[in-house]
Design a protein around this ligand. Structure first.
Ligand SMILES: [Fe+2]
Length: 308
């Protein structure tokens, strides 16, 4: 009998070692639960206002320090509460921007939430105005291979226009402000099959200062030789999960390298915004974003670095 007990003790190790093992497991479970709760319930609702100063020599001197706010990927629907979109609108208005731009995915799926999302975005206020382009979800297109036509895009366009938003569908808006002018060019989403860069730039003079709104960052590949001061995009949601040591786990290839942030491209600067909403409610180290840009003439200011 004594021999059996001794044998069992030797197999399971001393009691303190078993206790340490159980404590380690409990700690791991606790940490995992805390990370999961944070990623599911805290971060998706925790908007961050990011500030960027970008400059170019050909940006009009009269428009030096023009303030623009960029919002994207709202994904209005049953998963994304309207209160999150409303908070993004309030944070934007608090910046007192000259211009607000929206780069698509206003709804996640279907027409049910179009009017509600448009009502919230109709509260945006900017000196010059609010402009928008449509994203793949606004065309009911979920993958790059799908080419589904749908009335959804027209419905969203109409709802936004009724609230005073300029919806740019392969169009350019010539903006005059403080005695100078520039072009705001907007294209339909790349995956929708309706994107027409040539048509959008048709009336834009070659050397005119311009900004481009395009939901998908890859739209830049279709620009031929055109130079654009700044292209504003979304679509990636920053990958939604940016795991330490691994990076954006749900993105592949180029999208992974350009998940979020400011990039220098042969056509000019590209900004990929992390978005406001989400497809599935999970964000980890990729907070939803309200991006504020101050556009500078480089002869007046030489700072190109973001201040944060
Ligand atoms: Fe999106």
């Amino acid at each position: 009998m004594a021999d059996d007990k001794e044998h069992s003790n030797r197999e399971n190790g001393p009691p303190w070692r078993r206790l340490r093992g159980r404590l380690g497991l409990a700690r791991w479970l606790g940490r995992t639960w805390a990370h999961w709760t944070y990623a599911r319930h805290v971060e998706p609702m925790w908007l961050e206002v990011t500030q960027w100063r970008v400059c170019a020599p050909d940006w009009p001197r009269a428009l030096h320090a023009l303030k623009l706010v960029h919002l994207t990927d709202f994904h209005g629907g049953r998963r994304v509460p309207l209160s999150l979109l409303l908070e993004a609108v309030e944070l934007t208005n608090a910046q007192q921007p000259h211009l607000v731009v929206l780069t698509g995915d206003f709804v996640h799926a279907g027409r049910r939430y179009v009017e509600q999302v448009a009502d919230v975005l109709g509260r945006l206020r900017a000196q010059i105005g609010v402009a928008a382009v449509l994203g793949n979800h606004d065309f009911a297109v979920r993958t790059r291979l799908a080419r589904r036509k749908s009335g959804l895009s027209n419905r969203i366009e109409l709802a936004l226009r009724e609230r005073g938003v300029q919806v740019l569908r392969n169009q350019a808006w010539r903006i005059e402000h403080q005695g100078a002018s520039f072009y705001l060019v907007g294209v339909d989403d790349l995956w929708s099959g309706a994107c027409n860069v040539q048509q959008a730039f048709r009336e834009v003079p070659e050397e005119a200062p311009c900004l481009l709104l395009a939901h998908h960052p890859n739209t830049l590949e279709h620009l031929s030789n055109r130079r654009v001061f700044l292209t504003l995009s979304g679509h990636t949601h920053g990958g939604q999960v940016n795991w330490p040591g691994i990076g954006p786990v749900f993105l592949r290839g180029k999208m992974r390298r350009m998940a979020a942030g400011l990039f220098r491209h042969r056509h000019g600067l590209l900004y990929v915004n992390r978005g406001v909403g989400y497809g599935w409610r999970l964000r980890y180290r990729v907070r939803p974003e309200v991006a504020v840009f101050t556009l500078l003439n480089s002869e007046i200011s030489s700072s190109q670095l973001p201040y944060r």
